[in-house]
Unconditional design. Structure first.
Length: 135
């Protein structure tokens, strides 16, 4: 894995307003520090550049790994994951209480692969909403 220098990491973090660009978890309220994630993994030809990096919480980054797509159970098609540099979050996801609802095939595969609606993650969002910390 390529080293991401401090300046580039800072730029990615600030651009994301210090929130995970997949689940919107604020870094200040996370158990572990957020990380710069290669949206398109290096092994798939992704570059270590501002255009290919996003700010990701530890949990989303671990579930995503080097994946760039997944199988959409509804359409029965291989579908690209949500791409934080090219896609608009609100066009692919909706927040209903503490649950993230996918609005598109990309949203569905991202919610499933990153396990965005796992019981523990919903409960974490619910508590943060009650405290006025989410989204």
């Amino acid at each position: 894995m390529t080293y991401i220098n401090t300046e580039l990491r800072r730029l990615v973090r600030e651009r994301a307003s210090q929130r995970c660009e997949y689940c919107l978890l604020p870094e200040a309220d996370a158990f572990a520090r957020h990380e710069a994630d290669h949206i398109i993994a290096e092994k798939h030809g992704g570059e270590t550049s501002e255009a290919n990096l996003c700010w990701s919480c530890w949990v989303c980054n671990r579930y995503k790994g080097s994946d760039i797509a997944s199988f959409d159970l509804l359409t029965q098609q291989i579908t690209a994951l949500f791409h934080p540099r090219l896609d608009v979050w609100e066009q692919h996801f909706s927040l209903d209480g503490a649950k993230l609802w996918p609005l598109t095939a990309q949203g569905r595969v991202t919610v499933r692969l990153l396990q965005l609606n796992k019981r523990e993650r919903i409960e974490e969002r619910r508590m943060m909403i009650e405290l006025g910390l989410y989204p």
